[in-house]
Structures are given as structure tokens and as C-alpha cells.
Design a protein around this ligand. Structure first.
Ligand code: PLP
Length: 284
């Protein structure tokens, strides 16, 4: 798990070095992706690359890389298997600290791998339900860009931990947006609700797949505004992300959600998700 990619080279992590003037380091002037690979094959790879291209275009960082080739080669060099790849692209270094940049900068590209579990093999019992808190969404208004400026996300997650929870959900103007590193869903009377896609949330790849699966299997869903009260009286609450899959939230701010355990719609969606993944990976 020790081979990383840096600016055209595959090398041991301890040999990978970037400049102290790199704008990613100085300003968080960079974007990233986290992409799951199962048995060495990218899961929803094109959707992740589309989102990366969206982020790069939005912040005007140069984009001329053969992403697929780089990622697949990195995964193979780390033994294939089940890995999540972290890919970061910064605007690069001008050898000095200055807010202004000029377009001639060469981006710094870094990627590394971390082991992940395989949802369809790990099964439903491997999922540990979460407790969450709700906090004010103090982030900027371009959360559709997967920027590495994650200080608000880091601080609220730490606050959640301090309060005995494992996730923090953001609320802006009494509308729930998403979690510190995940999208948000609730279930009421069998219908799935999730906040509308906008620049206030990240367009999660797992979120899209959940809605796709709901659509295909005739489970009703709506993309709507969700307020704090609706969250508390939901029958089920879930969060989703590429590395964690779909995880039930059984307590919010100390209030029990539904029966205080994973619910039937989550079980159904987990099965559909695991089945989708199994078919994709095994062809069966
Ligand atoms: N929202 C935020 C803020 C995230 O950081 C993430 C993932 O890291 C997500 C949502 C979920 O996105 P995805 O399903 O593409 O992993």
C-alpha cells in the first residue's frame, strides 16, 4: 500500500515530496476525488472522473492528465484488490507565496491508496449504524466543487466525536444539506427523501446510484428541502459515501430516529446496492 503517484512518477510514499510553496499546501488551492476500486476495477469510475473534471474546470486548474491510466496503474502497483484511491490536483507552485497566480503553473498531481471493504462480500452485519449531530453549515456556497478546503468539515466531525457521535450533519437556513463527508437521506412512510442537488451539496456518486436503484426498483423518492424537525421525526435516516456505502443513522442530537435501529427501507437499499456491486464485479 506504499506506492504513491506524484507528478508522473510511481514511488514509495516516503520518497514523495512537494514544494513548501505548493498552493495546495499554502492556500488549499486544490481539488480531489476519492474513488473505490474493487478487485482492482474502478467502481463508477467515469462518474468520479466527470466530477473531477467539473471541479478542475470550476476552479480553473489545468486538466490534461490521463486519469484512468494513472489510477489503474497505481491500483495494480498496490496489488489490486479493494482499495480507495485518493487523487489530489493542486494548482502547483510558483516558488513564492502570492494569492495571485498565473496560468503557466503546472498542477501538482498526487494519488495514494487505502484498503476498503467490499459491500457485497462484507454483508449487512458489517455495517455499524451511526449517531449524528446537526451543526450550522459554515462552508462556502460551492460545495459542488470537491475542494480540499475541508476545515469546516474537520471541525464539525471533531465536535461530533466530542459529543459521542460519529457524524455531523450540516444545516443552512434550517435546511439540512449533507454530512461532513457524506450525503443525507431520510425515509418517511416508505418514501426516500434527500436534499436537492445544488451548489450547497456535493453531487455524491453514491447518492446518484441510490436514486438510480430506487427508480429502477419502483421505490418512491423525492429530492426536496428537509428541515430539522422532519429529520427528527423520520422513520429512517441514512448517510452515503463511496468509501462507507450506505449507513443508517439511529440517533440525531440525542433523539432516537424511528425505532433506534436500521430500518426496512435501508435493508432493501443495502441489498440492491450490494447486488448491483456483485453483478458488476462478477458478471453474475
Ligand atoms: N458530501 C461530502 C461533503 C463528501 O465529502 C462526500 C464524500 O467524500 C460525499 C458527500 C459523498 O460523495 P460520494 O458518494 O461521491 O463519495
Amino acid at each position: 500500500m506504499n506506492t504513491v503517484y506524484l507528478n508522473g512518477e510511481f514511488l514509495p510514499a516516503e520518497e514523495a515530496k512537494v514544494s513548501v510553496f505548493d498552493r495546495g499546501f499554502l492556500f488549499g488551492d486544490s481539488v480531489y476525488e476519492v474513488i473505490p476500486f474493487y478487485q482492482g476495477v474502478g467502481f463508477r469510475l467515469q462518474a468520479h472522473l466527470d466530477r473531477l473534471n467539473h471541479s478542475l474546470r470550476a476552479v480553473r486548474i489545468k486538466n490534461e492528465q490521463h486519469w484512468e491510466e494513472i489510477l489503474e496503474s497505481l491500483v495494480a502497483r498496490n496489488g489490486g484488490g479493494n482499495l480507495s484511491v485518493y487523487l489530489q490536483v493542486t494548482r502547483g507552485s510558483a516558488g513564492k507565496r502570492s494569492h495571485a497566480y498565473d496560468d503557466s503553473l503546472e498542477p501538482t498531481v498526487f494519488a495514494c491508496c487505502t484498503p476498503i471493504k467490499d459491500v457485497w462480500k462484507a454483508g449487512v452485519d458489517s455495517v455499524v449504524p451511526l449517531k449524528a449531530i446537526v451543526t450550522e453549515d459554515l462552508r462556502w456556497h460551492r460545495c459542488d466543487i470537491k475542494s480540499t478546503c475541508l476545515l469546516p468539515n474537520i471541525l464539525v466531525l471533531q465536535q461530533a466525536k466530542d459529543e459521542g457521535a460519529q457524524e455531523a450533519l450540516f444545516s443552512r437556513n434550517d435546511k439540512l444539506t449533507e454530512g461532513s463527508a457524506c450525503n443525507l437521506f431520510l425515509v418517511k412512510r416508505g418514501v426516500i427523501y434527500t436534499p436537492k442537488r445544488s451548489s450547497e451539496i456535493l453531487g455524491g456518486i453514491t447518492r446518484e446510484l441510490i436514486l438510480e436503484l430506487a427508480d429502477k426498483h419502483a421505490i418512491q423518492f423525492q429530492e426536496v428541502d428537509i428541515d430539522y424537525q422532519q429529520l427528527l421525526v423520520a422513520d429512517e435516516v441514512w448517510v452515503s459515501s463511496s468509501t462507507r456505502g450506505i449507513v443508517p443513522v439511529i440517533e440525531v442530537d440525542g433523539h432516537k430516529i424511528g425505532k433506534g435501529q436500521s430500518g426496512p427501507v435501508w435493508h432493501k437499499m443495502f441489498e440492491l446496492f450490494a447486488d448491483f456491486q456483485r453483478k458488476l464485479m462478477t458478471g453474475l
